[in-house]
Design a protein around this ligand. Structure first.
Ligand code: UDP
Ligand code: MG
Length: 316
């Protein structure tokens, strides 16, 4: 199969018929073999019944429905797991992205060596309250990630070589930083394509004002993960262990010194008069504390990883 189009959607009943029709037109024009993977992120409108109906008319459609709203990242993650095309294209469901970009996106991945092609909505049809914070985000992400050639990390329209989507795990609010995840996974040919962007045709944006706070927290976690490896908290565990070992050896030394004095019959200082004794005590206590901090953080992060699992209600 040439192309999988993965579409996360939350309450987009009006756009779906138009969107899938448009995609079909483009695919047929270029003779692509394809599938459309619709991931219904717990819609509360009639999106799912619209999808069921569309599927009866359009055999390239497959769909997954979440039991509740888990967020765009979880929806993309499921789509990535299912997708079978050589090139995987993601697109928003609201008709703001244009399926007409698909042939060029495909060509860049198949023939121009791109691992990932990210759309750039150079001319953007969104309110200023959204475009200004987005500019700041992009600047911060560019400098932290070292991916200097992207203007628009969060564009919903992207294309991937199949390997890329099978190697990355999109969680939390990470859909805003997929190029960064791809870079960490070792995919370095990241390209940008200027894409057409339209105003939202139906309904309103599905993200509230909290999007920027959440996005910022994820940016921080990206920064920490990048610095300290996959498990940021191992950092504390490691420092704690070193401190503990230092304290332990000082104690051993003090005991050894005392035993030697007893054996040789030479006078020795009471251990509490030794500055080294206090140093070892502090080193052992701090070491234990830090080690436990790391351990607890590890438990918490595993638990929250479990919580982030999504429940799938239906598949067609
Ligand atoms: N979306 C989703 N789950 C959510 C929020 C949004 O699957 O919790 C989908 C939404 O239906 C759309 C895409 O993600 O297909 C982008 O959302 P939206 O257009 O609301 O974002 P904006 O264009 O305002 O950034
Ligand atoms: Mg939109």
């Amino acid at each position: 199969m040439d192309i999988s189009v993965v579409i996360p959607l939350y309450n987009e009943e009006e756009s779906l018929p138009e969107l899938t029709d448009w995609i079909r037109r483009v695919m047929n024009q270029h003779n692509f073999s394809y599938e459309i993977v619709l991931v219904d992120d717990g819609s509360t409108d009639t999106s799912w019944s619209v999808i069921e109906k569309l599927k009866t008319q359009h055999e390239q459609i497959s769909a997954v429905k979440f039991r509740r709203n888990y967020g765009k990242s979880a929806a993309l993650n499921v789509g990535f797991n299912i997708a079978e095309g050589d090139v995987v294209i993601t697109m928003d469901a609201d008709l703001q992205d244009s399926p007409d970009e698909i042939p060029e996106l495909y060509d860049r991945v198949m023939n121009k060596g791109a691992d990932l092609v990210s759309g750039w909505k150079q001319k953007r049809y969104d309110p200023l309250t959204k475009t200004i914070p987005t500019k700041l985000f992009n600047a911060a992400t560019r400098s932290m990630s070292g991916i200097h050639n992207l203007h628009d990390f969060n564009c919903g329209l992207k294309a991937y070589k199949k390997d890329v989507v099978k190697s990355i795990e999109v969680y939390g609010e990470m859909h805003r930083y997929i190029p960064v995840l791809a870079k960490w996974a070792g995919f370095t040919n990241i390209q940008e394509q200027i894409v057409q962007h339209y105003p939202r045709k139906y309904g309103t944006t599905k993200f509230g004002a909290g999007r920027f706070v959440k996005g910022f927290l994820d940016l921080m976690s990206i920064f920490f993960v990048g610095k300290f490896g996959k498990r940021p908290m191992h950092f504390f565990g490691a420092i704690g262990s070193i401190s503990f070992v230092i304290g332990f050896f000082i104690t051993l030394f003090l005991i050894f010194e005392k035993l030697m004095s007893i054996a040789n019959g030479t006078p020795y200082r009471n251990v509490t008069d030794q500055p080294l004794f206090y140093l070892s005590l502090v080193a052992i206590l701090i070491g234990t504390q830090l080690f436990l901090t790391g351990f607890i953080a590890e438990l918490v992060s595993r638990n929250s990883a479990d919580r982030n699992k999504y429940h799938i209600a239906k598949v067609i």
